[in-house]
Design a binder for this molecule. Structure first.
Ligand SMILES: *[C@@H]1O[C@H](CO)[C@@H](O)[C@H](O)[C@H]1NC(C)=O
Ligand SMILES: *[C@@H]1O[C@H](CO)[C@@H](O)[C@H](O)[C@H]1NC(C)=O
Ligand SMILES: *[C@@H]1O[C@H](CO)[C@@H](O)[C@H](O)[C@H]1NC(C)=O
Length: 317
């Protein structure tokens, strides 16, 4: 009798421990804190060597994380007229045309070039040594997301259905329309083509690991669309996923065929597979909350960017 009671207790202890291991997946976070007065790290990209994250911030810079002893350092910038004296630490949107406002990043892993979209300067590229980026294409309403497909070098980007100065989606004067577009930049012809018109919202796109399609989130329509690059449905788009709150960004996950979706409302990161099944949910309410802009997985951690915080949140097990 005594022995079996003990056994029950032992059993329930191990079930409890096992349960907590699963429910605590990505249950804790640390902060990679930006330099003083710097905010809005909307993206978090890693280079071919796994260094980073590289982040785009509100004062117009692209910063690179060099580890806890050094912190973030300057890597690149988008505006030829930017000065550190005027711009470093600012979050004044009026200064955007002078300081720049890079919002998303993606590396070409073959060339090591870093492609950047900026709210004021369009699509740009900078080499692995950083510095002033070169503009490739301009004149957009608001380029909000980017993904480089390193095999062909093609660049997929989203022109959102809103302008940057009313970006704060929580603001009451935010008026959604359906003028967002999924675009492709071909580095060989240097031409931009429209793949999808009429997106409502329009956030960061992601090419699948087999390069067969691109996913693009529509914040306002609360859904994700899939545009086929190959196969029988090549050149057409369809609804991939609905009923997941307001998706703002999609990134490839470490596992082939899986993605991380950054959802602003309710604030969470969702790992989904190519059957659009949610495999994992990470609540983000304690870190960046509804200001979430990106969920990027690497090396057993997820890095979470935000339009308003002064840190990148790093969730680990
Ligand atoms: C941060 O902002 C405050 C207030 O504008 C200013 O006094 C301070 O010098 C700034 N610090 C840095 C490092 O830019
Ligand atoms: C940079 O400043 C010069 C001189 O003030 C001006 O002519 C030029 O248009 C500016 N360039 C940009 C990209 O704002
Ligand atoms: C996606 O996940 C679901 C649930 O685990 C599974 O049934 C399905 O086969 C998966 N799809 C793919 C393409 O792996």
């Amino acid at each position: 009798m005594k022995t079996s009671n003990l056994l029950v207790i032992n059993l329930s202890v191990s079930v409890f421990l096992l349960g907590s291991v699963f429910s605590n997946a990505y249950g804790t976070f640390n902060k990679l804190v930006l330099p003083p007065n710097v905010t809005g790290p909307e993206s978090a990209a890693f280079d071919r060597a796994g260094e980073g994250p590289y982040v785009t911030v509100a004062d117009g810079r692209i910063l690179k994380w060099k580890g806890p002893a050094i912190g973030f350092v300057d890597f690149a910038y988008t505006s030829p007229n930017r000065t550190k004296k005027l711009c470093d630490g600012t979050n004044d949107l009026e200064l955007g045309p002078i300081c720049g406002r890079p919002v998303a990043l993606s590396f070409n892993y073959k060339s090591s070039d870093l492609y950047i979209v900026d709210a004021f300067f369009g699509l740009l590229v900078v080499g692995f040594n950083g510095g002033l980026a070169t503009q490739l294409s301009g004149g957009y309403k608001y380029l909000s997301g980017i993904d480089v497909e390193s095999y062909t070098g093609n660049v997929y980007m989203t022109d959102a259905s809103l302008t940057y100065n009313i970006r704060s989606l929580a603001q009451p004067d935010f008026t959604p329309d359906s003028t967002g577009r999924l675009l492709k930049y071909d580095p060989r012809t240097q031409r931009v083509t429209v793949l999808i018109n009429g997106l409502a919202g329009g956030g960061g796109p992601a090419v699948s690991s087999d390069r067969k399609y691109v996913l693009v989130p529509e914040y306002v329509n609360k859904r994700i669309q899939r545009y086929w690059l190959q196969g029988p449905k090549h050149g057409t788009n369809e609804i991939f996923m609905t009923n997941i709150g307001s998706p703002i960004n999609v990134k490839r996950a470490v596992n082939d065929g899986e993605f991380w979706v950054a959802v602003a409302n309710p604030a969470q990161g969702l790992r989904v597979n190519e059957s659009a099944m949610v495999l994992q949910t990470v609540p983000l309410t304690e870190s960046v909350d509804t200001t979430v802009t990106v969920v990027q997985e690497t090396n057993g951690a997820v890095y979470v960017g935000s339009s308003h915080t002064d840190f990148i949140a790093v969730y680990t097990n």
